[in-house]
Design a protein around this ligand. Structure first.
Ligand SMILES: [Zn+2]
Ligand SMILES: [Zn+2]
Length: 219
């Protein structure tokens, strides 16, 4: 997901990042936020490292403190400050930064991620509104941080996932609808959609499916 405003911020770094940037004619980012270190959220960091090598313009990566060591171990060659490959990508703990991202304060909140353990979601606040980005979550118990949102971007996999709960890690669409009814955001976009969701069919009332290239005005 890309935020375009006073800055261009990327949230999570999909394996197809390079192809997405070519498609959208995007050459660089001012910063990247990472929710957690699963392949589908970080593999594109390699492309950022390659870009830094050639442009000498490293793009800073911000992630929750407990995610940073996982990123460093997966991208060891980009973590070395004196790498001969010259693709150092500077990283910083999101909790310890006073930086805003395109005018939003970003609060990382750990959320349950089913059998995968935990992930993080971000609450983004500005003087004009609030939104949340929660791509990988299942079994959210603490609803309070997610109240009063103008927009919730929520990850789902199947429409109705048949596997037993203990073997799952992300909400399905029907569970997402239930969660949304408890949280009451003004608008909800479902992302992270798997092949089990037929986006040609109308979504349940009150939610919308995201898609590649979708442009959404942020609050
Ligand atoms: Zn995950
Ligand atoms: Zn994921």
């Amino acid at each position: 997901m890309v935020i375009e405003g006073s800055e261009r911020i990327l949230i999570d770094c999909a394996p197809e990042l390079r192809l997405q940037c070519v498609r959208e004619d995007i050459g660089n980012f001012d910063a990247v936020l990472i929710t957690h270190a699963h392949n589908d959220h970080i593999l594109g960091l390699g492309d950022l490292g390659d870009r830094a090598r050639w442009t000498r313009e490293p793009c800073p990566v911000f992630a929750p403190a407990e995610v940073l060591p996982q990123i460093a171990s997966r991208f060891e060659y980009m973590s070395r400050e004196k790498s001969p490959y010259l693709c150092h990508v500077p990283t910083a703990a999101l909790e310890n930064t006073f930086r805003e991202f395109a005018g939003y304060r970003a609060t990382p909140i750990q959320v349950p991620h089913g059998f995968n353990g935990w992930s993080y979601a971000f609450r983004m606040d500005s003087s004009s509104g609030s939104w949340g980005y929660m791509p990988d979550c299942l079994g959210l118990e603490d609803l309070e941080p997610w109240r009063n949102l103008d927009l919730l971007v929520l990850g789902t996999s199947f429409y109705r996932e048949p596997a037993p709960l203990e073997g799952r890690s992300v909400y399905d669409v029907m569970e997402a609808v239930e969660l949304v009814s408890k949280l009451g955001p003004k608008r909800t976009l479902l992302t992270h959609l798997g092949h089990g969701v037929d986006v040609r069919r109308p979504p349940p009332e009150g939610i919308q499916y995201a898609r590649d290239g979708l442009i959404v005005p942020l609050p």
